[in-house]
Design a protein around this ligand. Structure first.
Ligand code: ADP
Ligand code: MG
Length: 485
């Protein structure tokens, strides 16, 4: 959440903000002074709703004097400008305990004062308060070829905030982990440094908040809040297209943060050059740091993601089903999560064993969203594969062995027939020049193995699977670009 404390927030929240301010501004006072100040009680002013009272307790009179002299004015100023409220501070101490500190006592505390002063946990901001999901962590994010650079850059950013990849611009199709990775950066920074100001916001919220602040005459607060961020995370900036007022505002925020070496991360569902109606000067800012794409995960990675999600949801599925799912839940990790959850409920509620037929039936809707309505027929596979390798349909079905330019496509077609249809080896054999079931099996094994070490085979299979599962027609142009061609 924000530094702008709304009236519905409790006064404890005001105190936490004040504490965060104090620990940030007076780090050298942490052990000796700040840790000794406790909140006693709070009160709203009945006549003036903007005003509030905080009653603080300190060990003795000496602390009270010090407090009034050192912090009082600074706190009032902070609360006025950042929280838009008036605050009255009352400092209490127990007369009985009120022996003024002697030099020895102070010295003792100073000596025990470590180089890493202990800052109370209670003032730490929780991820959910910042609008972030605490489960969006690096350790829950499966890294693979489609997101390796994005993952490494994200991690690096947390170690060199504002210094290296600034801004970090992350783009890619829906459900590929942009928000997850962005919040993983936020969550890690938050965990490691509870005093840093982190703002996570979607560009839509940013726009709405800006408009609201204009209406309420609180633009000043809006600006302070974002321009004071140590880490600004703006998700889905494609929503800024065509909104010039808010683009202008973000442009100025950007410049302020960039000049003071504060880290910024932006995500978008497409690359900067395709954000058509974003003013050039903002676009050039977006592109001045590191731009990275998250692509659609390949089959192997989808299997790992599936396994991870299965572990998390405590679902057991056979290797065969895993493969079946990974081949069909392709271009959005959210579909994988939804699929796993659905199968878990089937397993738990009905006790039904999960077979391919069950998966086909139960995940119908998810497959349909992806436009994988039915399994291709063997004929369809033969036509598409022969077309792809530029050989004839007759050649691929032929009894004759043929040269390598025929046998390889035939083996690929056999592999796909086994993967994508429910036919037995014998049935498949009949469609490929009456070959026997062991020939079918060895063709299948050969291609299966080749995929792990021959990139062109892996690529061919992926391309063909996409064609056969009618994926091309479903994908929007911008998502297609993210794949190897
Ligand atoms: P985006 O913001 O790109 O639309 P999200 O970050 O919201 O996508 O990801 C969608 C879902 O998929 C989230 O629940 C996220 O945790 C999960 N997810 C995406 N990529 C991965 C990954 N590589 N490893 C684990 N989970 C992932
Ligand atoms: Mg997102």
């Amino acid at each position: 959440m924000s530094k702008t404390v709304q009236t519905e927030d409790s006064l404890e929240e005001v105190w936490k903000e004040v504490q965060r301010f104090l620990y940030r501004e007076f780090p050298q006072d942490t052990e000796l002074w700040l840790n000794e100040i406790k909140l006693h009680s709070t009160r709203e002013d009945k006549k003036n709703t903007n005003k509030c009272f905080l009653f603080l307790s300190v060990p003795n009179e000496f602390y009270k004097e010090k407090f009034e002299e050192r912090y009082q004015k600074a706190i009032q100023k902070f609360v006025r400008s950042h929280l838009n409220r008036e605050i009255q501070l009352e400092i209490l101490y127990d007369l009985e305990d009120s022996e003024p500190s002697n030099t020895e006592q102070v010295l003792q505390i100073l000596q025990t004062n470590s180089s890493h002063p202990h800052i109370p946990k209670s003032i730490r901001k929780e991820p959910w308060k910042l609008g972030m999901d605490p489960k969006h962590l690096f350790q829950n994010f499966v890294m693979g070829s489609s997101n390796r650079v994005a993952y490494a850059a994200g991690l690096r950013i947390t170690e060199a905030l504002g210094l290296e990849y600034n801004p970090f611009f992350l783009y890619g199709g829906v459900g590929l982990g942009k928000t997850h990775l962005m919040q993983a950066i936020g969550n890690k920074v938050l965990k490691e440094n509870s005093l840093l100001e982190i703002s996570y916001i979607t560009s839509e919220q940013f726009a709405n908040e800006y408009i609201l602040s204009l209406k309420k005459g609180l633009v000043h607060n809006f600006r302070l809040k974002y321009r004071n961020s140590d880490l600004l995370l703006v998700d889905d900036i494609q929503f800024l297209e065509g909104k010039t007022g808010i683009q202008e505002e973000l442009f100025h925020t950007f410049n302020m943060l960039k000049n003071s070496e504060k880290q910024m991360v932006f995500t978008s569902d497409r690359p900067p050059k395709e954000l058509k109606t974003i003013v050039d000067r903002l676009l050039s800012r977006f592109t001045s740091g590191l731009i990275t794409e998250i692509k659609v995960p390949d089959l192997e990675m989808r299997k790992i993601i599936l396994k991870k999600k299965m572990q998390k949801t405590n679902v057991q599925l056979s290797e065969g089903i895993l493969q079946f799912l990974a081949e069909r839940l392709i271009n959005n990790v959210r579909f994988i999560e939804a699929g796993v959850l659905k199968l878990k409920s089937i397993q738990e509620l009905l006790g039904t064993p999960i077979t391919k037929a069950v998966v086909q039936e139960e995940l119908k809707e998810i497959f349909e969203i992806q436009n994988y309505t039915s399994n291709p027929s063997i004929e369809e596979i033969q036509r598409i594969v022969s077309d792809y390798y530029k050989i004839s349909y007759e050649e691929i079905r032929s009894k004759k062995r043929g040269g390598l330019q025929i046998t390889k496509p035939r083996q690929v077609a056999i592999y796909l027939a086994k993967e994508l249809t429910e036919k037995t080896n014998a049935e498949i054999g009949r469609e490929f020049g009456k070959r026997n079931h062991s020939t079918i099996l060895s063709s299948y094994k050969k291609i299966h193995q080749e995929q792990s070490h021959i990139e062109s085979t892996q690529n061919d299979i992926q391309q063909l699977q996409k064609k056969l599962l009618k994926k091309e027609s479903f994908l929007k142009p911008q998502k297609l670009r993210s794949k190897k061609h």
